[in-house]
Design a protein around this ligand. Structure first.
Ligand SMILES: CC(=O)SCCNC(=O)CCNC(=O)[C@H](O)C(C)(C)COP(=O)(O)OP(=O)(O)OC[C@H]1O[C@@H](n2cnc3c(N)ncnc32)[C@H](O)[C@@H]1OP(=O)(O)O
Ligand SMILES: O=C([O-])CC(=O)C(=O)O
Length: 374
């Protein structure tokens, strides 16, 4: 049996997928064969969702039909919204989102039917309703009424609108849309793998989405974007950045938003987000968070040879957009819902139970000692 000396399944190919691929040496990411930078420059979240689910770009009518269905399905069931109202305001947003997404399964209007057609409709509802849940979580915990979704706005603009009650500028809505495109999928990342393991037992799509949110929430995965911003806020001023990072490293602590299991160079998504973070800061006349980030990046390269991952520059970008810091992982989840549901559909189409082996390192032949004799 192959053994995993360092653990973490490093370098192990554990699934076949056509959804996305990462070239860690060249710093490239493709979705269904298309380069992420091309998609960031030319596509929209809705169009890229079509691509990731269907393996090709849509024609005009196909795109309009999917956009319409995503817009029509934004309102979560009343029962789930009532549940959100009943949660303590102190609940961590990712915990609340995980629980709400799980509850969506109970109120699924097509529950019990596991055909592909129904699962595609489920995927649409999950992608359409997750942003609404995230915006509602924010409003309700602040004691404010939720802002109803607007079906005339694209998904990205509608989310920013539901968050604040104000329509975002065209530029902000466009840049946020690009950030969502960049987060849609990433080969066999931990949360996508979790979604495939759950699906492989023939459990339902909501179980897979709930498990995936749990996996994403950890600070070594999608929870890192929140920790990055907390670090930037603690640094506070560009003049303090260098010393702060060197101190962290001296204490052998990890600097969030750096390093990656697959990329050995800068994450291509981080390059796009870096430019967007600078541009947004400049438009707002506040480049402080960007400037601190740049210094952190330089020190990490010099001291550790580590580069920013997707979570690093998304942090200052989301912060400048006015998104609350502890909502950052939920924003990641909103976009990644497209990727997770694509993995569920792909796994269902050619399923075999995922059940690897473990290398047993415990004792053997241990005699049972009665409790009085221990
Ligand atoms: C969307 C995403 O999930 S992107 C990743 C988001 N996560 C983060 O940004 C958290 C910070 N980064 C990390 O913890 C890691 O780089 C991971 C978990 C992302 C990937 O790490 P792995 O491939 O498992 O590498 P591993 O954890 O074995 O680390 C290798 C070495 O690099 C060091 N290292 C890796 N990342 C960092 C970091 N961010 N800061 C400081 N040191 C680091 C480790 O301390 C370790 O050093 P050692 O061998 O001297 O002990
Ligand atoms: O691929 C990974 O391990 C983590 C990552 O960057 C992602 O999920 O976007």
């Amino acid at each position: 049996m192959a053994n995993q000396t360092r653990g973490g399944l490093e370098g192990i190919v554990a699934a076949r997928t056509a959804i996305s691929d990462v070239d860690g040496e060249r710093g490239e990411l493709i979705y269904q064969g298309l380069d992420i930078v091309d998609l960031a420059n030319n596509s929209t979240f809705e169009e890229t969702t079509y691509l990731v689910w269907n393996g090709r770009l849509p024609g005009r009518e196909e795109l309009d039909a999917l956009s319409r269905r995503l817009a029509e399905n934004r309102t979560p069931p009343d029962e789930v919204v009532r549940m959100l109202r009943s949660f303590p305001k102190s609940g961590a947003p990712m915990e609340v989102l995980r629980t709400a997404v799980s509850a969506l399964g109970i109120y699924d209007p097509e529950g019990g039917d596991d055909s592909r057609e129904v699962n595609v409709r489920r995927a649409i509802r999950l992608v359409a309703q997750t942003p609404t849940l995230v915006a509602y979580i924010r409003r309700l915990r602040e004691g404010r009424e939720p802002v109803e979704p607007r079906p005339d706005l694209p998904l990205a603009a509608n989310f920013l609108y539901m968050l604040t009650g104000e329509e975002p500028t065209e530029e902000s809505a466009h840049e946020f849309d690009v950030a969502l495109i960049l987060h849609i999928d990433h080969e066999l990342n931990a949360s996508a793998f979790a979604s495939r393991v759950i699906t492989s037992t023939r459990a339902d799509m909501y179980s897979a989405a709930t498990g995936a949110i749990g996996a994403l929430s950890g600070p070594l995965h999608g929870g890192a974007n929140q920790r990055v911003m907390e670090t930037l806020l603690e640094i506070g001023e560009p003049g303090r950045a260098e010393e702060y990072v060197r101190d962290l490293l001296k204490r052998k602590e990890r600097v969030m938003g750096f390093g990656h299991r697959v990329y050995k160079v800068m994450d291509p998504r981080a390059k796009v987000l870096k430019n967007m973070s600078r541009a947004l800061g400049e438009r707002h006349g506040n480049t402080k968070w960007y400037e601190i980030s740049e210094i952190v990046e330089e020190v990490m390269r010099e001291e550790k040879g580590l580069y920013p991952n997707v979570d690093f520059y998304s942090a200052s970008f989301y912060y400048e957009l006015g998104i609350p810091v502890d909502l950052f992982p939920c924003v990641f989840a909103m976009s990644r819902m497209t990727g997770w549901t694509a993995h569920v559909l792909e796994q269902q189409a050619d399923n075999r139970l995922i059940r690897p082996r473990a290398e047993y390192v415990g004792e053997r032949d241990v005699p049972y000692v009665p409790i009085e004799e221990r």
